[in-house]
Unconditional design. Structure first.
Length: 262
């Protein structure tokens, strides 16, 4: 079963770069081919759903782009250290939420899976980055959701990169109503207080990531994060029954593929 809380696919890469969208700054030499892709997988521990006090394990896809060639445009990503303004696609998948998923959800309605697609932008410096991203929801919710963040980037030892920084999440009324409101019917069935959630800031927190080049092909990753639900998300009876404090930690490994097509 897919967990309610999303495995982020946005901000250039699945999960690992979702917390730190930026141009890759390699500590190992990069092959001078048209395409260099780091592809791998891992495991993620995260809340069963936003506001839950129970956790689950879920698979964690990892995908990073080092070099990427587009016919007519050339090498749009060349793997070199870069600074300045950047843009990136932001994608996300949220699994369905069912009353049977958790005892705290009994009496609430089922929420279908949702796909989110959008765009982000930021500024990259030598040892820092700032960014913002916004996504539109489809299917399970029709709202907008996004975040603002910043990272300090350090290289404490050879082959190791560490980034850490704050995150602020926000969402529209349609998104908040879908996941945090309690209707009159749900209140009667669950015993929870009736509640109407409005849009605004959703969470504040911090994310950190370690990436270590084991060799020129294999890279190890460790990422962790903390979010505290705020605003109407934090006031929701669903969250009060669970926990406003949300933690996640994931680890994985990637293998580098380099090749030419054109």
């Amino acid at each position: 079963m897919l967990p309610y809380r999303s495995i982020a696919l946005g901000s250039i890469a699945a999960l690992i770069l979702a917390a730190s969208p930026a141009f890759a700054q390699e500590t190992m030499p990069m092959p001078q081919t048209q395409y260099v892709l780091d592809i791998g997988a891992g495991v993620l521990v995260q809340p069963r759903y936003d506001g839950s006090d129970s956790y689950l394990f879920s698979p964690m896809p990892i995908f990073e782009v080092g070099r990427f060639y587009v016919p007519g445009l050339g090498q749009v990503a060349d793997g070199k250290q870069q600074t300045g303004v950047f843009f990136f696609p932001s994608l996300n998948f949220v699994g369905e939420r069912k009353p049977s998923d958790d005892k705290d959800l009994r009496g609430t309605r089922k929420i279908n899976w949702a796909f989110e697609a959008g765009l982000g932008a930021g500024f990259q410096g030598e040892n820092f980055r700032v960014f913002a991203e916004v996504r539109q929801g489809f299917n399970g919710h029709k709202g907008q959701v996004g975040q603002i963040g910043a990272d300090l980037i350090t290289r404490p030892m050879d082959r190791l990169e560490w980034s850490i920084g704050p995150r602020v999440g926000f969402a529209s009324s349609k998104y908040m109503d879908t996941y945090f409101s309690v209707s009159a019917a749900e209140s009667a069935a669950s015993g929870l207080s009736q509640f109407k959630a409005s849009g605004g800031f959703k969470s504040v927190g911090v994310e950190t990531r370690f990436s270590y080049d084991l060799n020129d092909k294999v890279k190890l990753h460790l990422q962790g994060g903390y979010d505290r639900l705020i605003g109407d998300a934090g006031k929701s009876p669903l969250v009060k029954k669970g926990d406003r404090n949300q933690f996640n930690i994931g680890t994985g490994v990637t293998y580098r593929f380099s090749f030419d097509v054109f």
